[in-house]
Design a binder for this molecule. Structure first.
Ligand code: ADP
Length: 479
C-alpha cells in the first residue's frame, strides 16, 4: 500500500471515530436533557391538577364525580400544553372523567401499582408516538379515585430523529471533506519522497548526474542533502575509476607498443642470423642490434618493475645526509655529462632530511638525465642541481637545464607512464616515457610536491619539495 494511501486511510479513520463518537455522545446527552425537561413539565402540570383536586376535596367532603369532571374540564382549558388528556376513575372501575376520548385506548391501567402517597410514571410507545403516563391516588369524599395524566413525548423523539438525520449528513460531508483534504496534504507531504525515490531509480539506472535537491528544514530535506552528497561521492568515485581504467588501457596500449618495436628488430635480426650465413661484419652488426634492443627491453622491464614496487607504500624513511647524497649523485652523473659535453654544477647546503636514500637518488638521477637529454642543441650546455634542507626533516631539490624546454600544452601529461613529448627523439635517446612517472611515485611516497617551470628554447626548472614523510604538511601540491 502506498504511503499516501496509508496517511489518507488513517486520517479518515481518526476523523470518523472522533466525529462519530463525539457526535453520538452529544446527541444522546442533548436528547436525555430534553426528555428530562419534558418529563418535568408533565410532572408539574400533573401536580397542578392533583393539588387542585385535593384542595377541592379538602374544602368539601361532598365532592362528587360531576364536580370533579367540571373542575377538570375547566382545568383542561388552562393546561400549559404538555398534557394530552386526563382520566379519573373511581377505584378500579367506572371512569368519572375522560378529557379526550380518542386517547382512551392508549391509557394504561397503572392504578394497581400506586400507593396512597406514591404515584406511578411510565414511558411507553404506541405506533409512531411516545407517551408518558402518570397515575396516582386521590380521595373524592370517602372514595379512593385514580387520576391518570397522559402526555405526548413524540416531539422530543421526532427532534432526536431529525437531529440524527442532520448529523449523519454532516458526518459524511465532514468525512468526505476531511478525506479530500488529507489526500491533498498526503500528496504534498509525500512529493519530496517521490522525488527522492525517482532520483534513486535514475542513479540505479546509471544516470549519476541526477540529484534530488529538496530544499527545506525538515527531515526529508536533510535526508535529500545526505543522499545528494552520497550521489556526489559515488559520481566522483566512478569518475576516478573510469579515469584509472582509461589510464590503465592507455598504459597497456603503450606497453604493447613499446614491446613491439624492439621485438620486431630482435626477431628480424635473429632470423637473418639463423637463415643465412652472413659475412662476419654483418653478423656482428646484427648481433649488436639484437643486443641493443634486448638491453632496451631489459631497461624497460626494470623501470616497470620499479613502478610496480613503488605502488606499494611500505618504505622506511631514514635520516640522510644531504651533501653525501649530492656527492653520490654527482659521481654517477658526471661521466655521462662529460661524455655529452654538459657542464654539471652541484650545490648542496649542509644538513639532513628524512628520505629513502635509494629512491631519492633515483629521483634526482632521473631529473638530471632528463635535463641532459634536453641539452641536445648547440651552445653551452649547463645542468644545475641544488639541494637544501627545509624544516626539521624535509629538503628542496632543484634541477635546472638550459635545454629545449617543454611546450606548455604537454606539461599536464608529462608524468603519465609512457608519455613522451617527442617520441622518436626520446626513443632514440633510450627513454621509455617512464622517468617522470617514477619521479611522481617517489615524490608521493615522501609526501612531497613536484612543480616545473619551462620555456621553449630556454630551459626547464624542476622543483621538488620533499617533506620527510610528514603527511600533515602535505599541501595541494602539483605533481
Ligand atoms: P623518458 O624516460 O622518456 O625520459 P620521462 O617520463 O622522464 O620519459 O619524461 C617524459 C617526457 O618529458 C620526455 O619524453 C621528454 O620529452 C620530456 N622532458 C622531461 N624532462 C625534460 C626537460 N628537462 N626538458 C625537456 N623535456 C623534458
Amino acid at each position: 500500500m502506498r504511503f499516501r494511501t496509508k496517511i489518507l486511510l488513517s486520517t479518515v479513520l481518526v476523523l470518523a471515530l472522533s466525529f462519530g463518537v463525539g457526535g453520538t455522545l452529544l446527541l444522546s446527552l442533548s436528547f436525555s436533557s430534553l426528555l428530562g425537561e419534558e418529563e418535568d413539565a408533565a410532572v408539574q402540570s400533573y401536580r397542578m391538577v392533583q393539588s387542585t383536586l385535593s384542595l377541592v376535596n379538602a374544602v368539601s367532603d361532598q365532592t362528587g364525580p360531576e364536580d370533579v369532571a367540571d373542575i377538570l374540564s375547566q382545568l383542561a382549558g388552562q393546561q400549559p400544553g404538555g398534557g394530552i388528556t386526563l382520566r379519573v376513575r373511581e377505584g378500579a372501575g367506572e371512569t368519572v372523567y375522560l378529557g379526550d376520548s380518542r386517547f382512551s385506548d392508549l391509557l394504561l391501567d397503572l392504578w394497581a401499582d400506586t400507593q396512597e402517597e406514591q404515584g406511578v410514571m411510565q414511558l411507553f410507545s404506541a405506533g409512531e408516538s411516545r407517551y408518558y403516563q402518570i397515575t396516582s391516588q386521590f380521595r373524592m369524599g370517602e372514595t379512593v379515585c385514580y387520576l391518570d395524566g397522559l402526555y405526548d413525548m413524540s416531539s422530543v423523539y421526532a427532534l432526536r430523529e431529525s437531529q440524527q438525520q442532520i448529523y449523519f449528513r454532516v458526518f459524511w460531508v465532514v468525512v468526505a471533506l476531511g478525506g479530500a483534504l488529507s489526500w491533498l496534504i498526503a500528496t504534498l507531504l509525500t512529493r519530496p519522497l517521490t522525488r527522492l525515490s525517482r532520483t534513486a531509480q535514475s542513479l540505479a539506472q546509471g544516470d549519476l548526474s541526477r540529484r534530488s535537491r529538496i530544499r527545506g528544514g525538515d527531515e526529508v530535506a536533510a535526508l535529500s542533502k545526505e543522499f545528494d552528497r552520497m550521489a556526489d561521492s559515488i559520481q566522483d568515485y566512478v569518475n576516478q575509476l573510469q579515469e584509472t581504467m582509461r589510464r590503465q588501457e592507455e598504459f597497456m596500449g603503450s606497453f604493447a607498443h613499446e614491446l613491439k618495436t624492439p621485438m620486431t628488430s630482435i626477431i628480424g635480426y635473429a632470423d637473418l642470423l639463423r637463415s643465412q650465413s652472413l659475412p662476419p661484419e654483418d653478423a656482428r652488426q646484427a648481433a649488436n642490434y639484437i643486443f641493443r634492443e634486448g638491453s632496451r627491453l631489459e631497461h624497460l622491464s626494470l623501470k616497470l618493475l620499479d613502478l610496480l614496487v613503488l605502488g606499494k607504500d611500505d618504505f622506511a624513511l631514514t635520516r640522510t645526509d644531504l651533501p653525501q647524497l649530492a656527492r653520490q649523485v654527482r659521481n654517477t652523473m658526471e661521466p655521462v655529462a662529460e661524455k655529452n659535453g654538459v657542464r654539471l654544477r652541484v650545490y648542496c647546503q649542509p644538513g639532513s632530511a628524512l628520505l629513502e636514500p635509494e629512491l631519492a637518488k633515483s629521483l634526482i638521477l632521473n631529473l638530471l638525465d632528463n635535463g641532459r637529454k634536453a641539452l641536445d642543441g648547440d651552445g653551452e650546455k649547463t645542468l644545475l642541481l641544488g639541494i637544501q634542507p627545509t624544516g626539521d626533516d624535509g629538503c628542496e631539490i632543484q634541477v635546472m637545464d638550459n635545454g629545449r624546454g617543454i611546450p606548455p600544452e604537454e606539461i599536464e601529461r608529462l608524468t603519465e607512464a609512457f608519455y613522451r613529448v617527442d617520441k622518436s627523439r626520446s626513443r632514440a635517446q633510450g627513454g621509455a616515457g617512464l622517468g617522470l612517472a617514477l619521479c611522481r611515485e617517489i615524490v608521493r611516497i615522501h609526501h612531497g610536491t613536484m612543480t616545473f617551470q619551462s620555456e621553449l628554447g630556454k630551459g626547464t626548472l624542476f622543483t621538488v619539495d620533499l617533506r620527510g614523510g610528514d603527511a600533515s604538511r602535505e599541501e595541494n601540491g602539483r605533481l
